[in-house]
Write a protein that binds this ligand. Structure first.
Ligand code: F6P
Ligand code: MN
Length: 357
């Protein structure tokens, strides 16, 4: 029964009415959605098609690639390269931007994506996802890497697919965040959650606490207070979640609120930040803001960061407004020193009373 249901294409046509790129953007979104359906079908086969496990190769960031990382990348590229809306693509699994091959028509748009986010979950049949963002190139010339380095505020569309018990596609075109569920019988993405709204308050936090010894003091302070619960300054008990898939964490927050943090400070000292700006942080930040939440590094709004590199990484703190604001305040208090007890100048390092005699 399709009558009365809003499909992704119908929704996009209606939201983009009057936009100069309406036709191209609707077509492009339908190509992205086809790729997502193919990836969903592959992921749902689990071990049956021999797609699980690692390839032994490394991606642009030196991480070991899973077979499904690479295959999902190929599916996105092959679905989106031929229909004439794009002049280039970039992804976590490709070191350099992908130019649309000569034989295909070119359009004015750029597609950036993480083909399979949370891929450490693949082999254990846990949730993974695909994240994407659409930018305007301004011409259909083959883009240089610098054409992709646009701040998140420039995104025309952002979204993700979650391959969970149901496959869901969550999308923003700059007018709210909306959620579609894949109806496997009809093959359509059907609008099931219009205008998602993240509650301003939450008692649920998500962070990989095994990195605690590397966190900066404002994050350590906030997490300590969450753990102190009702007996600490936050005055209420918190719950903690960690799915190790950003798509799944963001989806939970869009559905019921929460705060997700992948802050600066990981086990790899050479890579203090984990998440990638262009195809992870920016699209998620746009979806979160469009649903009334906030996304920050702790010191800067994610969407305002001027990108410097295609695979640049940033700290990410996002979710329910009041809690994200609190973490920003803790960063400010730390950076200005007001979170530290006053120490009289007489007793500071190299003062009258602390000098070696
Ligand atoms: O893409 C990076 C990612 O897989 C995210 O989806 C997820 O939030 C994070 O890494 C998991 O990190 P960790 O291995 O520290 O749990
Ligand atoms: Mn990822």
């Amino acid at each position: 029964m399709l009558s009365g249901r809003t499909t992704l294409t119908k929704f996009a046509v209606e939201q983009l009415r009057g936009h100069p790129g309406q036709h191209d953007l609707v077509t492009l979104l339908s190509k992205v959605a086809s790729a997502i359906k193919t990836i969903a079908a592959m992921v749902s086969k689990g071990a049956l098609d021999g797609n699980l496990g690692s390839l032994g190769t490394e991606n642009a960031l030196g991480e070991i690639q899973k077979k499904l990382d690479v295959v999902s990348n190929e599916v996105m590229v092959s679905n989106c390269e031929w229909s004439g809306q794009l002049c280039g693509m970039a992804s976590e699994e490709m070191v350099s931007p992908y130019a649309i091959p000569q034989q295909y028509p070119k359009g004015e748009y750029l597609l950036v994506f993480d083909p399979l986010d949370g891929s450490s979950n693949i082999d254990i049949n846990m949730s993974v996802g695909t994240i994407f963002s659409i930018l305007h190139n301004g011409s259909n010339e083959t883009p240089a890497e610098s054409n992709f380095l646009q701040a998140g505020t420039q995104q025309l569309a952002a979204g993700y697919a979650l391959y969970g018990p149901a496959t869901m596609l969550v999308l923003t075109l700059g007018q709210g965040t909306h959620c579609f569920t894949l109806d496997r019988d009809s093959g359509n993405f059907v609008l099931t959650h219009r205008n998602l709204k993240i509650p301003a308050q939450t008692s649920e936090f998500a962070i990989n606490t095994s990195n605690a010894r590397f966190w900066e003091p404002p994050v350590a302070r906030y997490v300590k207070e969450c753990k102190e619960g009702a007996s600490g300054p936050l005055g209420r008990d918190f719950n903690m979640r960690w799915i190790a898939s950003m798509v799944a964490e963001v989806h939970r927050i869009l559905m019921r609120g929460g705060i997700f943090m992948y802050p600066r400070g990981g086990k790899d000292a050479a890579q203090p930040d984990r998440l990638r700006l262009l195809y992870e942080a920016n699209p998620m930040a746009m979806l979160i803001e469009q649903a009334g939440g906030m996304a920050t590094t702790g010191r800067q709004r994610i969407l305002d960061i001027p990108p410097e590199q295609l695979h640049q990484r940033v700290p990410v703190i996002l979710g329910s407004r009041d809690e994200v604001k609190r973490v920003i305040r803790y960063h400010t208090e730390h950076d200005t020193g007001i979170d530290r007890p006053f120490v009289s100048p007489l007793f500071q390092e190299r003062s009258l009373f602390t000098q070696d005699c």
